[in-house]
Design a protein around this ligand. Structure first.
Ligand SMILES: NC(=O)c1ccc[n+]([C@@H]2O[C@H](COP(=O)([O-])OP(=O)(O)OC[C@H]3O[C@@H](n4cnc5c(N)ncnc54)[C@H](OP(=O)(O)O)[C@@H]3O)[C@@H](O)[C@H]2O)c1
Length: 306
């Protein structure tokens, strides 16, 4: 099959394309003919070799975790799925495999894509939707009526986080650049801050900060918290609370528990999916480069041609 793959770590330039063998499926696995893949900053970091301690990979490595497609074959132990089913899911980062024409994955890790949802929409969801919910509600403990500050609200995770926090009844304050402020408002932000021209650190009495930026942004986020408030950081590992305020790193392990909820919200018209751009599989490197800029608005996707 055709796949984008790396033989060495580096910038997105190292992503090549060519023929890669499809792994033989085990009894509990399915082979999915991929229709679309979502591109995440995680893929950029793995390709760069930054995450070898956490998510070790072997060469040749096919990047990509988020995918959607059609089941081609099922293992002999799989009874609830069959060839022809439309599914989506997320593979483990060390396994990757989504920037390709086929993926072999445990049947338990895929979920049905409804007719009304396109393959592109489905591939946009696993990491972004799941991370947003895990960070806001499991790590952050966000409650109705609380004030949440969401950084990078126009990014892949951010557009999901704004919507999830809003529908949970939180007061949502969102940072984005000028061009994306209206989008973020339309997704449910009550207050928007242009991070390039306004200083968010003047805010006070925030219950939760969702930090997708780290560094100076994280540092300037502590004073905005009320005593007892907390920061959930997607990018800084091992953070700890200080001065009566909590801090915790988010480690998104599996999208599987969130897929049904994503479908449910989408089908009831309560979930918007924002697409930055769509690249053919042959241009996976350009897709990775786009994400590596750190300035995608919503999701960068790969449309796989079979
Ligand atoms: N820990 C975990 O388990 C986990 C899970 C998922 C994601 N993550 C990490 O979380 C981060 C965000 O992921 P993502 O998919 O949302 O990334 P993304 O889609 O690449 O985010 C891009 C967005 O960030 C905005 N942005 C850049 N600098 C900003 C700043 N200083 N303040 C506010 N917004 C800023 C950009 O806005 P402009 O274009 O307008 O500048 C753009 O809209 C990544 O580092 C990712 O690896 C971690």
């Amino acid at each position: 099959m055709k796949a984008a793959h790396i033989e060495t770590f580096g910038s997105p330039d190292v992503l090549g394309s060519g023929e890669v063998a499809v792994r033989t499926p085990k009894g509990n696995e399915v082979v999915v003919r991929i229709e679309a893949a979502g591109v995440n900053p995680l893929d950029v970091k793995i390709v760069a070799g930054y995450l070898q301690q956490v998510f070790p990979v072997e060469f040749p490595y096919v990047p990509g975790t988020d995918f959607s497609g059609v089941i081609e074959t099922v293992g002999e132990e799989v009874s609830h799925l069959q060839a022809g089913d439309r599914v989506f899911g997320r593979s483990a980062p060390s396994a990757g495999g989504a920037f390709a024409q086929r993926i072999v994955i445990a049947a338990a890790d895929v979920y049905a894509v409804p007719e009304a949802m396109s393959f592109e929409q489905a591939a946009a969801l696993p990491t972004t939707f799941g991370t947003a919910r895990q960070a806001l509600f499991e790590t952050g403990g966000l409650q109705r009526g609380q004030r949440v500050l969401i950084h990078a609200a126009a990014g892949g995770v951010g557009v999901m986080a704004v919507q999830q926090a809003h529908r949970a009844g939180a007061y949502v304050i969102a940072t984005a650049s000028a061009a994306n402020l209206d989008l973020v408002k339309s997704l449910g932000a009550d207050e928007v801050i242009d991070y390039r021209t306004q200083d968010f650190s003047q805010l006070r009495d925030v219950d939760l900060v969702l930090d997708a930026i780290g560094g100076e942004t994280l540092e300037k986020s502590w004073p905005v918290l009320r005593t007892g408030g907390r920061i959930a950081s997607l990018v800084e590992f091992g953070i700890k609370g200080r001065n009566g305020k909590g801090g915790e790193s988010v480690f998104f392990a599996s999208a599987t528990p969130f897929l049904a909820e994503a479908v449910k919200q989408f089908q009831s018209g309560q979930l918007q999916i924002v697409t930055d751009s769509i690249f053919p599989l042959e241009e996976a490197r350009a897709a990775l480069e786009k994400v590596a800029t750190g300035h995608a608005c919503g999701k960068v996707l790969i449309r796989t041609r079979n």
